[in-house]
Design a binder for this molecule. Structure first.
Ligand SMILES: NC(=O)c1ccc[n+]([C@@H]2O[C@H](COP(=O)([O-])OP(=O)(O)OC[C@H]3O[C@@H](n4cnc5c(N)ncnc54)[C@H](O)[C@@H]3O)[C@@H](O)[C@H]2O)c1
Length: 306
């Protein structure tokens, strides 16, 4: 018996990197998987069916169940067709892993409209489009049966988005938006029995190889800390019934460390019983900034000993 026997999953951007590892792990645990990938370049240019098809061949070659989908997650038409393909091929949808992504880094003063739009389109709209159509499917199923559907969404955020990495205003805005959307949709879909969580991964893929260089290579006498498979385990745990009751959360995975991340929340408080004035705010600055002592998470890339 596999953990995902009789479960039907979509993984977006599953032709390479983290998504590929997620699709393979789901399938090895018995899920029927729709392997979505547009197959473009790391910046989102072009299209190629071979990455998604290769993952499908790998899964079916090992005795698993998978079909390929070559649509773009940033298109509502393609996202609707993607959910419909899961239903047509396997009868329903249970798990949606939103993972597809690209990078077009530039400092905010140099970033072009195209660079902004492309990244927001693939990540933020790409998460929303699939979630929208999966939500329609789950809502209809739940209303028809009168039962919760036991569905799960796992989104893909990023530390870079949540903590802020220079030259990634587009990516950070999208990833922070995805983290917030995770909370919103967790609240919306709870009534239909759907959990929504996100991961903030760090892994060796084509998106990080150029930047992180040797740091992410496997080291002797250690496990392969930055293998995409290491991230896939966390995503698939969140997607599984083992994580029942967990929703609206963001879990970071980097090497051998997993962390529950917390979003915007009040850190300190200063109060007044009269209208605020500029001088009044200045008067409580020490109270307001009391906790701004460097405890703010500083960084995106892994430290050498992680
Ligand atoms: N690798 C890391 O350390 C890291 C860190 C933080 C977040 N992430 C996120 O993890 C996710 C996976 O990234 P990865 O590192 O595996 O990169 P990757 O480039 O190896 O894989 C991303 C896949 O998404 C596909 N894709 C791109 N645009 C698409 C579209 N419009 N529709 C369908 N598929 C599309 C690509 O073809 C590619 O195969 C991304 O969302 C990325 O932002 C990765």
């Amino acid at each position: 018996m596999g953990l995902f026997d009789r479960r039907v999953a979509i993984v977006t951007g599953a032709g390479r990197g983290i998504g590929r590892a997620e699709a393979l792990l789901l399938a090895s645990e018995g899920a029927s998987v729709v392997v979505n990938d547009l197959g473009g370049g790391a910046a989102g240019d072009g299209a190629d069916q071979s990455p998604a098809q290769q993952v499908v061949d790998e899964i079916t070659g090992a005795g698993g169940k998978a079909v390929a989908n070559f649509g773009s997650v940033s298109s509502f038409t393609d996202a609707e067709a993607l959910v419909q393909q899961a239903v047509d091929a396997y009868g329903q949808l249970d798990i949606l892993i939103n993972n597809a992504g690209i990078l077009r880094d530039a400092m905010s003063f140099s970033m072009t409209e195209d660079e902004w739009d492309a990244v927001i389109d693939v990540h933020l709209k790409g998460h929303f489009a699939t979630t929208h159509f999966a939500g329609i499917h789950w809502r209809a199923r739940s209303k028809e049966s009168g039962e919760p559907v036991n569905g799960a969404i796992v989104n893909t955020a990023s530390e870079s988005g949540l903590y802020g990495n220079a030259a990634q205003a587009n990516y950070a805005a999208a990833k922070a938006g995805i983290a917030s959307m995770t909370i919103v949709t967790a609240r919306e879909l709870e009534r239909y029995g759907v959990r929504v969580n996100a991961i903030a991964p760090v892994a060796r893929t084509r998106l990080t190889e150029a930047i992180a260089g040797d740091h992410m290579k496997p080291k002797e006498n250690d496990f392969d800390r930055f293998a995409p498979e290491n991230v896939a385990a966390v995503a698939c745990w969140l997607a599984s019934d083992l994580a029942a009751g967990i929703s609206g959360q963001v879990v970071k995975v980097q090497g051998g460390v997993i962390q529950l991340l917390e979003g915007w929340r009040p850190l300190t408080e200063a109060t007044a019983d009269k209208p605020w004035t500029i001088d009044g705010v200045e008067g409580v600055r020490d109270t307001l900034l009391a906790a701004a002592d460097g405890s703010i998470p500083p960084f995106f890339f892994p430290s050498p000993d992680s």
